[in-house]
Design a protein around this ligand. Sequence first.
Ligand code: ZN
Length: 160
Amino acid sequence: MQITDNCVTRFHYTLKDDKGAQLESSKGGEPMTYLHGHDSLLKGLEAALVGKQPGDAFTVTLSPEHAFGELRSENELRVPISQLQGAKKWEPGMQAVIHTAHGHQQVTVLKVGHTMATVDTNHPMAGKTLTFDVEVVEVREASEVELSHGHVHGAGGHHH
Ligand code: ZN
């Protein structure tokens, strides 16, 4: 079947920056699994997947505004270290997750004090033009339970 709203899709991807350097790849591991039409992927990537079927391979390039946004200059934030999620000990350069009014946000730790840390709120991939090499592995209809939860169950999804 073809990818459309409310289907579960598994795909392999390799992500490259505008110089062709590989940033991430699912090859050699589990494919990415998502529920189509529920805003679980970058919009531009999800749009490019519409109508594709297992075996299809394609490349899509997203400008920063369609990927993780432009680099912002007002980007430094001081937060209590206790609000950083993802590790027990923090050092400059590490990636953390913080809660904001807009939900979870990925940040980069710049400085670590006794109780406060300074973080860079630009997404690590902000300002980058990203190219995805995509290979569709599986497309199936989502179950009613998956649709009511808004996410995939089983392989590559939630187990609960
Ligand atoms: Zn669930």
